[in-house]
Design a protein around this ligand. Structure first.
Ligand code: PEP
Length: 251
């Protein structure tokens, strides 16, 4: 699974250029990669969806967030709305930027996950430790605490966890791929032991992944894919990461 998180970036002209460069770089239409997705700002969902259909590409459109049951405030979008708009199949929940800047705690994030599941939207739950927590050796403790919202929950087959160390997001700093592999195994074990249906989640890595370092993460056994911010804003760079995931461009 390879997901582009465009965050608050994009314009109509950027979208046109993005698809032109994606098409000229992608091999085999990206089809081996399982799930490929783009999470654009909601206002551009139609442009992105139309480009995917027009170019016959195998890419899902993904929401960057939803309101959750209890916080349906001005400006918010609910999972029911995503469900009614057939463009959406997945939704990113609990990105560290939302946890930090919008004060989203485990309670709010659990509420959003439950609303996603009730509307057949597959959640991509983002978890990760801060730099300080990492330095104190608390990474697994922090991740376990963030995963506890899934305790006794019956999850979807496509439940996805994105391990995103906060200190690696947009900084150019990355953890050692072997450590990421170990953490992904830990995440899979925890989720399987606590979820109501012993689900084995898809676990993807996010944090400064680019064309040059993608292979070092994607070749690890328990790394099922990547969530990509900055490098996903260029269609050609994103396509190269997808090609790498598909075993093309291996160095
Ligand atoms: C992100 O924000 O989810 C992310 C992974 O960003 P970047 O790839 O730019 O570090």
């Amino acid at each position: 699974m390879i997901i582009a998180n465009w965050k608050c970036n994009g314009s109509k002209s950027m979208i046109d250029e993005w698809f032109e460069s994606y098409k000229s770089t992608i091999k085999n239409n990206g089809v081996y990669a399982g799930i490929l997705g783009i999470a654009p700002p909601a206002i551009f969902i139609n442009e992105v969806y139309d480009q995917i259909k027009k170019n016959n590409l195998d890419i899902d459109t993904i929401s960057q967030d939803i309101a959750g049951y209890t916080r349906k405030f001005t400006g918010a979008i609910s999972a029911k709305m995503l469900h009614e708009n057939c463009a959406y199949s997945f939704c990113i929940i609990g990105h560290s930027e939302r946890r930090i800047s919008y004060n989203e705690d485990n309670k709010i994030i659990k509420d959003k996950i439950l609303e996603c599941l009730s509307c057949d939207i597959n959640p991509i739950l983002c978890i990760g430790e801060s730099n300080e927590e990492n330095k104190l050796g608390k990474t697994k403790e922090i991740l376990e605490n963030q995963l506890m919202i899934l305790k006794n929950m019956t999850t979807s087959d496509s439940l996805t966890i994105a391990y995103e160390p906060i200190w690696a997001i947009g900084t150019g700093k990355t953890p050692n791929p072997k450590d990421v592999n170990d953490i992904h195994k830990f995440i899979k074990d925890i989720v399987q032991s606590i979820s109501g249906n012993s689900a084995t989640p898809i676990v993807i890595y996010g944090g400064s992944v680019n064309e040059d370092n993608a292979q070092s993460f994607l070749k690890e056994k328990f790394v099922d894919g990547a969530l990509i911010g900055g490098a996903s804003l260029d269609g050609s760079k994103f396509a190269n990461i997808v090609n790498t995931f598909n075993g093309i461009n291996l160095k």
